[in-house]
Design a binder for this molecule. Structure first.
Ligand SMILES: Cc1cc2nc3c(=O)[nH]c(=O)nc-3n(C[C@H](O)[C@H](O)[C@H](O)COP(=O)(O)OP(=O)(O)OC[C@H]3O[C@@H](n4cnc5c(N)ncnc54)[C@H](O)[C@@H]3O)c2cc1C
Length: 385
């Protein structure tokens, strides 16, 4: 039995909760590009979003495998955890690197659902994947920092009270490595919006509440610096394995949803006097998608096993994320094809899920960057960038 199999009760409870939020709920939000406030509230009230917060701070202190089960099940039921998954992994930055005072101040409120930590501000329009080249700057002033710059693709920032922000505190020309001199600030979004932060929503092909942020001399108190100044990149990196693992779990949930839908429809849709699923041309893409999903799932379980054993599963977490994102996309393709014209009809939810699952090959990390990690860090080939 793997760690993931020991959370059947959680899986069932999440499944029950999700059944109150059927396809029609997600379709309406998708049409309106609206945030799933009721769903996120229900998840929070049931304690699922504080699964990883230690009990001493009011959470359930569960291992990462439990969080993976929660997110997988949301996706398997046809929902989308993109609206709230960040709370699970961004909170880790505060938990691992925050001061005792910061943890006491924020974690119990996050666990209780009175404070939302859903926003994670790293990406910028000019630097993209090259995080060390980011330009948003926090200047030291009496009492704290003053932040200026721009971020893009910062999801959920309109639905979050706090944001983990990565910004430059030492100019690029004064650091040995370009990933040095970056710091993590915990930004109070309510205060920041009153003092120079503007948020512009970006409409995307799926409903993701993502935005562009403009910081115009936004003050952030010194006590909101997480960890040591200049070491922020390491703090963000330290949360990446968990992030990759949780996103992979969502992709596995999506793949299972597509495969269930495709195989059920193939068995019941009759054309030329027999179920289309009797034709191997229909069966095989679904069976192949299933095999790929299972392979990705095994890699995910291996990544979780290593993570929970206290090891650093950088390679496995990255591979799980890449393979699971590819598996969900392959399953999505097979599902659309199996449904013929109905795959395009909104009321079947397939086209919505198809759009949603495509994201994971680009964000939070793109496939090329995973491949270059494997090529350089696992296979020892020369660095390409
Ligand atoms: C809906 C959505 C939500 C997001 N939410 C967040 C969020 O909440 N917070 C946040 O900080 N960011 C967020 N992101 C940003 C996301 O992490 C980035 O889009 C992603 O990391 C890719 O960066 P980029 O878009 O700047 O692409 P670029 O860096 O411009 O890259 C473009 C393409 O070129 C490839 N590429 C770049 N360099 C190389 C190289 N050296 N070798 C090979 N290929 C290369 C990339 O893999 C990619 O395919 C989100 C993005 C989207 C679309």
């Amino acid at each position: 039995m793997t760690a993931i199999d020991s959370h059947d009760e959680i899986r069932e409870a999440v499944g029950r909760l999700c059944r109150d939020f059927p396809g029609s709920y997600w379709r309406r939000l998708d049409e309106e590009r609206a945030y799933p406030t009721d769903f996120v509230r229900a998840l929070t009230e049931a304690g699922f979003l504080s699964a990883l917060i230690p009990e001493e701070f009011g959470g359930s202190g569960l291992p990462l495998s439990a969080a993976a089960v929660i997110l997988e099940e949301i996706h398997r039921q046809g929902g989308n955890a993109g609206a709230c998954h960040a709370q699970m992994y961004t909170m880790g930055t505060l938990l691992r690197h925050g001061s005792p005072a910061q943890k006491r101040a924020y974690l119990p409120q996050i666990a209780a659902g009175t404070l939302r930590l859903q926003a994670f501000g790293v990406t910028e329009p000019t630097s993209g994947t090259d995080t060390g080249a980011l330009r948003t700057t926090a200047r030291r002033e009496a009492g704290g920092f003053v932040v200026s710059g721009q971020k893009i693709w910062i999801s959920r920032s309109e639905h979050s009270d706090l944001m983990i922000l990565l910004c430059r505190t030492t100019p690029l020309e004064k650091v040995a490595k370009k990933t040095d001199g970056l710091s993590v600030l915990l930004v109070d979004m309510v205060e920041a919006k009153k003092h120079g932060l503007s948020i512009r929503p970006i409409r995307t092909m799926m409903n993701h509440a993502t935005t562009e942020l403009f910081f115009d001399e936004v003050p952030v108190p010194a006590e909101n610096l997480i960890g040591e100044e200049g070491r922020g990149f390491r703090y963000i990196l330290s949360g990446m394995n968990a992030e990759r693992i949780l996103i992979a779990a969502e992709c596995i949930g999506d793949a299972k949803w597509f495969i269930d839908r495709a195989s059920a429809y193939a068995s019941q849709r009759v054309v030329f006097g027999r179920p289309i699923g009797q034709n191997q041309g229909i069966q095989f893409p679904i069976a192949k998608a299933y095999a790929r999903m299972r392979a990705a799932e095994l890699m995910l379980h291996e990544a979780i096993r290593l993570y929970e054993a206290g090891e650093n599963p950088g390679a496995e977490a990255n591979m799980a994320k890449m393979l699971a994102a590819e598996a969900s996309w392959e399953a999505a393709e097979a599902c659309v094809q199996t449904h013929g014209g109905f795959g395009f009809a909104e009321e079947y939810d397939i086209e919505r899920k198809f759009r949603e699952t495509r994201l994971y090959q680009v964000a939070p990390i793109s496939t090329n960057l995973i491949l270059s990690y494997l090529a350089e860090h696992v296979l020892g080939m020369p660095r390409s960038y």
